[in-house]
Design a protein around this ligand. Structure first.
Ligand code: PEP
Ligand code: MN
Length: 338
């Protein structure tokens, strides 16, 4: 850490800062320039949590060197984390994982039909929400436990593990029972009580980036789950809010290479929610694979006209099948498989 002092800092103020730093077992080194004095500090920066140096008289700014997230950082664990699901599917390995299915679980028949459709096209995980975070309270809120049961039945039929969104801590026991991966939606990325509690489960968590959160916020949210004991965390970029209105959200494709330099956790892309329209989904998905994502979570529906949620962005089964063929070529070109 480097502490830059104000131009008019006094010797008394410098001595005071140095004394406080030594008290918390940090090693300060004062360098006096012609114009400015700076203090280089060696030691564990997390000790500064009890000593907010920025608030000391004479301090202009504090520049930290260490990342605020520790356990999810690549510095602390320089091997990529590979998360194993019960049925042999691995997330974060060489094979890119394709999670596909409807936005929302609607009927038993549709769930089973779509599970068969996406499996045939090559998906290895089935997605579908039973508890839906809808912007309007008047919109369909999901089938709840019944939806989870349909997902479990689809898993039995196809062997596909299921990923589904948890919104409320109260429902965690149901997810322990039915889900293979617990999805935490963009709107709950900073629900810290929920994140802490997820630290206690051993189910993998797919954590979606909040639509107005930085990559650092995202990693800090992952750190909550990881530091509370659950090391199976998958990051999912799903688009952020920008000034652009031509798409539903702006897919931050750069988040993939950026996250890969900062964390060992697997990175998945959701191309459906940023696209908002099915016409844009294939290009965003191809870009995600090319950028180095470890997985894709994409919405597919066999009759989007009837979809209760996100019909306009759902790929039709045929489109999904041809997209899969393209993704295999891209994966092959970068030394990966699907
Ligand atoms: C979803 O996956 O259907 C969903 C609601 O996602 P997000 O939390 O990214 O909006
Ligand atoms: Mn959706």
């Amino acid at each position: 850490m480097v502490i830059v002092l104000k131009k008019d800092v006094t010797k008394k103020q410098v001595d005071h800062i140095v004394k406080k730093l030594k008290e918390i077992k940090l090693r300060p080194m004062v360098s006096r320039g012609v114009d400015r004095t700076v203090i280089g500090v060696i030691g564990d920066e997390s000790r500064l949590r009890v000593q907010p140096i920025e608030a000391f008289p004479g301090v202009e700014k504090v520049m930290t060197v260490q990342t605020p997230y520790k356990m999810v950082s690549l510095e602390n664990h320089n091997q990529p984390s590979v998360i194993k699901l019960g049925n042999g599917v691995e997330i974060g390995g060489n094979r890119i994982v394709i999670m596909a299915g409807p936005c929302t679980i609607e009927t038993r028949k549709r769930t089973l039909d779509l599970a068969k459709i996406v499996k045939k096209a090559g998906a290895t995980v089935l997605r579908g929400g039973a508890f839906k975070p809808r912007t309007s309270p008047y919109d369909f809120q999901g089938l709840g436990e019944t939806g989870l049961k349909y997902l479990a039945e689809a898993r039995k039929l196809t062997g596909l593990p299921v990923v589904t969104e948890l919104m409320n801590l109260r429902d965690l026991p149901l997810f322990e029972k039915y889900a293979d991966i617990i999805q935490i939606g963009a709107r709950n990325m900073q629900n810290f009580d929920l994140l802490k509690e997820l630290g206690k489960t051993r189910k993998p968590v797919l954590l979606k980036r909040g639509m107005a959160n930085t990559i650092q916020d995202f990693l800090m949210a992952a750190e909550y789950i990881y530091s509370h004991g659950n090391h199976s965390v998958i990051l999912c970029e799903r688009g952020i809010r920008t000034f652009e209105t031509a798409t539903r959200f702006t897919l931050d494709i750069a988040a993939v290479p950026v996250l890969k330099t900062k964390t060992h956790l697997p990175v998945v892309i959701d191309p459906s929610h940023p696209a908002g329209k099915r016409a844009f989904v294939p290009a965003l998905t191809r870009a995600a694979v090319a950028a180095g994502a470890d997985g894709i979570i994409v919405e597919v529906h066999d009759n989007p006209e009837e979809a209760v949620c996100d019909g306009p962005q759902a790929l039709l089964p045929d489109q999904f099948e041809s997209l899969m063929a393209e993704l295999r070529l891209i994966a092959n070109a970068i030394g990966r498989t699907i």
